[in-house]
Design a protein around this ligand. Structure first.
Ligand code: ADP
Ligand code: GLC
Length: 483
């Protein structure tokens, strides 16, 4: 029997993306098809969706959706059904999807994402004609109020079973208690086991309390968030709901990330034609004004933030160059870090090249041309850039945490002897651990047989969605059976 799922999120590749969340929300529907799950995605009607909504059918109209008028449009995303919440007062504005051009969060984010969640709950409990869903799958805090609406204020039909996926505990959607009366919830919802959180309203917390199942994007992160250092205040809730918590590792979309077919690469290649990567390496040198050379090029493709350990990385760049490395960095984020990386590039012309900004094709070129990708995250729920690195023969050098620990096999002596290594781990994110990891990487690069083997192992590793698509489908089915 086919199951129907409504996936609700604030971003989805290829329509709107600021990070890995979009990649996962964009790829999961196709991964569920072979397991008999038909997914519809619900997204906010940002300006970025204007092209997708052109000619779309209006399937519903709310004269008053939490105080604003809104329409629901039916369109498509990558061949799968898409519903767009067209509410211009909330979503039709310039700037970013979460805040203004200066990086300040929109002050009405509570309203924007409560409306998204209310819509999802309407769809998942029979309040919208002709729409029926077995499963409501909410991603991150922006969608997490949906199960809370199902719990406290459902529509007239049978409510769907609900799943909340935590992509990042660091973003919880906390708002002042003053917003509570505007949410359209009964007074009893403002409770310790409801939506109340530290005296205000916690969107993620509310979702985790209400959901039938909680998932996060790797088994190690599922374990880590039971502890204060990673749970960020929600560790107690996670511990008490432990039986409902599942760690399901992300996959990558092989249609988008495949070095054999990638249009962003000057030279395509496979594990059997790795020499062809040299053409891409030369292109990276040109794009980043790096000296030509045979030594390793490290890359970074990242948000420039503390989570990603970028403040420590920037401190070891002189060492990286002294050890014989070069660096091509693509990223944006914290203004101080952007300036610090640019200063390092100015200190080391020809050795460090920095591109501040967001550039999807360039991120593909870096994976296909650089030798190793540095990911020194303090915490990493899953991480996708190490998976792209594996698939592209760009060896990941990662902090041993979360999904990084789960997906990269460290080149210790035993793993090298067994021929199974795919990358380099370091424990903790300090100057010393990073310098040591960079040294180890350069030493391994200088042993071409081992290095090639690592590249090939990574390229042959199973980092697609097949296994995890099945795990999500199994979870959905188990929730239906438990009804
Ligand atoms: P997070 O979602 O925490 O930022 P992930 O590793 O899960 O980390 O996903 C990041 C995604 O964003 C990847 O697809 C990565 O390639 C992409 N990305 C990050 N920074 C940039 C950038 N500056 N330009 C292009 N793509 C980027
Ligand atoms: C978040 C996490 C990242 C994860 C992504 C997709 O942005 O920071 O680790 O890969 O979500 O699940």
């Amino acid at each position: 029997m086919t199951l129907t799922a409504l996936s609700v999120a604030s971003e989805a590749f290829p329509l709107v993306k600021t990070g890995g969340l979009a990649d996962v929300v964009g790829a999961l529907p196709a991964a569920l098809v072979p397991h008999g799950v038909a997914t519809t995605t619900l997204l906010p009607g940002y300006p970025a969706l204007a092209a997708a909504s052109k000619g779309a059918k209006v399937v519903h109209h709310w004269p008053d959706l939490l105080g604003t008028s809104a329409r629901l449009l039916a369109a498509e995303i990558a061949g799968h059904p898409l519903l767009i919440l067209d509410a211009p007062t909330l979503f039709a504005r310039g700037g970013g999807i979460y805040g203004d051009a200066g990086g300040n969060d929109w002050p009405d984010n509570w309203h924007r994402f409560a409306a998204l969640a209310r819509t999802a709950a309407d769809l998942a409990s029979g309040a919208v004609a002709k729409q029926h869903f077995d499963i409501l799958h909410a991603h991150d805090w922006q969608a997490a109020m949906a199960p809370a609406y199902l719990r406290y204020a459902p529509g007239p039909g049978i409510p769907a079973r609900s799943v909340v996926t935590i992509h990042n505990m660091a973003f919880q959607g906390w708002f002042d208690a003053g917003v509570f009366p505007e949410l359209g919830l009964p007074p009893g919802a403002f409770a310790l086991d409801g939506v109340e959180y530290y005296g205000g309203v916690g969107f993620l917390k509310a979702g985790l309390e209400a959901a039938d199942a909680i998932t996060t994007v790797s088994p190690t992160y599922a374990d880590e968030i039971r502890r204060a250092a990673f749970g960020m205040g929600l560790e107690g809730l996670i511990a008490t709901r432990e039986a409902r918590v599942h760690g399901i590792v992300n996959g990558i979309d092989r249609g988008v990330w495949n070095p054999q077919t990638d249009p962003a690469l000057p030279a395509s290649y496979t594990a059997g034609t790795l020499r062809r990567r040299l053409t891409n390496k030369r292109a990276v040198e040109t794009m980043f004004d790096l000296d030509r050379g045979d030594g390793p090029i490290f890359t970074v493709i990242s948000r420039l933030t503390g989570q990603k350990g970028m403040d420590v990385l920037v401190e070891v760049l002189d060492d990286l160059v002294a050890i014989g490395g070069r660096l091509a960095l693509l990223g944006s984020g914290d203004a101080g870090l952007e300036a610090a990386f640019q200063a390092a590039a100015a200190r080391h012309p020809g050795r460090i090249g920095v591109r501040i900004g967001y550039d999807e094709p360039l991120s593909h070129l870096l994976q296909g041309g650089a030798d190793a990708i540095l990911i020194p995250s303090r915490f990493e729920p899953c991480g996708l850039t190490q998976l792209y690195g594996l698939a592209y023969g760009c060896v990941p050098v990662v902090a041993r945490t979360g999904g990084l620990a789960d997906t990269v096999i460290d080149a210790n002596d035993a793993a090298i002897a067994a021929g199974v290594a795919t990358g380099i781990h370091h424990d903790g994110v300090t100057r010393d651990t990073l310098i040591r990891a960079i040294r180890r990487t350069v030493a391994l690069y200088d042993r071409p047989e081992i290095w090639r083997r690592m590249q090939k192992n990574g390229m042959r590793a199973d980092v697609g969605w097949t296994a995890s698509g099945m795990r999500y489908a199994d979870l959905y089915r188990s929730l239906m059976e438990a009804r």
